[in-house]
Design a protein around this ligand. Structure first.
Ligand code: ADP
Length: 256
């Protein structure tokens, strides 16, 4: 608590009493803690690839390295610079989502438009992993959403499903009307998420397996973007998952 005190006087300057104002700082302290943790995480996430890039470039400049090693180092540098770019893209995206919810314009449109645009974006990655995406979309199902943000949320879910699923598996996308809104569901046959990690999974930089996420080019920000996008829509993102069986992520978009 933060306490301010002041003495109160009436119009004739007689002392009336003391005014004590107590501010509950719990929320403030919590937010400040989250901000500090976020900054520390960002620094760490950016510094790791930046330091690696610098180290490999220094080695290339100052040492005699074989052609073979040179190619290997350049590939590592390329991978780390891609990583830096992804982190920056995701951070800029999150920053852009910090505006008030009401500044985003929603439209009503066929959910098939959303699904085909998101699927197109991930199609090359899916093909590389021989992953088939199958659809069960209600005919004429309409969604009330911000088209680009909804596309971003669905793309993030799909690219996660591709990243964390074995070659040759199937991803199912379905839609259904529920409680005055539309549910979009993405189901995969991937590695799944242990129950004890499911609550934190939507937090920034949280990953179940840091190494695996890194290897897959993950930033740890994808699901926090999904969560923010769904908050903007007044909806939510939920998860049901079983280790080694697969995960189902659901996006709920309230109606108009
Ligand atoms: P990342 O860039 O690491 O994928 P996300 O915020 O998108 O970051 O996801 C956070 C973590 O949640 C991932 O690192 C992974 O451990 C887990 N995860 C997300 N989606 C899936 C999925 N479909 N199957 C298994 N694990 C997943």
């Amino acid at each position: 608590f933060q306490i301010h005190s002041s003495i109160l006087y009436d119009a004739d300057n007689n002392r009336l009493g003391i005014l004590l104002v107590m501010n509950d700082l719990t929320e403030h302290v919590r937010l400040e803690g989250m901000r500090k943790e976020f900054v520390a995480n960002v620094s760490h996430e950016i510094r790791t690839p930046a330091t690696a890039i610098q180290g490999y470039i220094e080695t290339l400049i100052h040492n005699d390295v074989s052609l073979e090693q040179r190619e290997k180092f350049l590939k590592i540098i390329y991978r780390h610079s891609n990583r830096l770019n992804s982190i920056i893209d995701d951070l800029l995206m999150l920053a852009g989502l910090e505006k008030s919810d009401s500044s985003f314009q929603f439209e009503k449109f066929p959910v098939s438009d959303l699904i085909s645009s998101a699927t197109n974006i991930v199609s090359v990655k899916a093909e590389k992993s021989l992953i088939e995406i199958v659809f069960n979309i209600g005919e004429n199902h309409q969604i009330y959403a911000h088209p680009l943000l909804a596309e971003q949320a669905l793309t993030n879910l799909l690219s996660n499903s591709i990243k964390y699923s074995p070659k040759g598996s199937t991803i199912r996308i379905s839609t259904r009307y529920i409680h005055g809104g539309l549910m979009v569901e993405v189901q995969d046959e991937g590695c799944g998420i242990p129950l004890e990690n499911q609550e934190q999974i939507f937090e920034r930089f949280y990953r179940v397996d840091r190494g695996r996420s890194r290897d897959q080019g993950g930033t740890g920000l994808g699901l926090s973007i999904v969560k923010r996008v769904m908050n903007i829509h007044g909806g939510n993102a939920t998860l049901e998952s079983k280790v080694d069986k697969g995960s189902t992520f659901r996006l709920f978009f309230p109606g108009e």
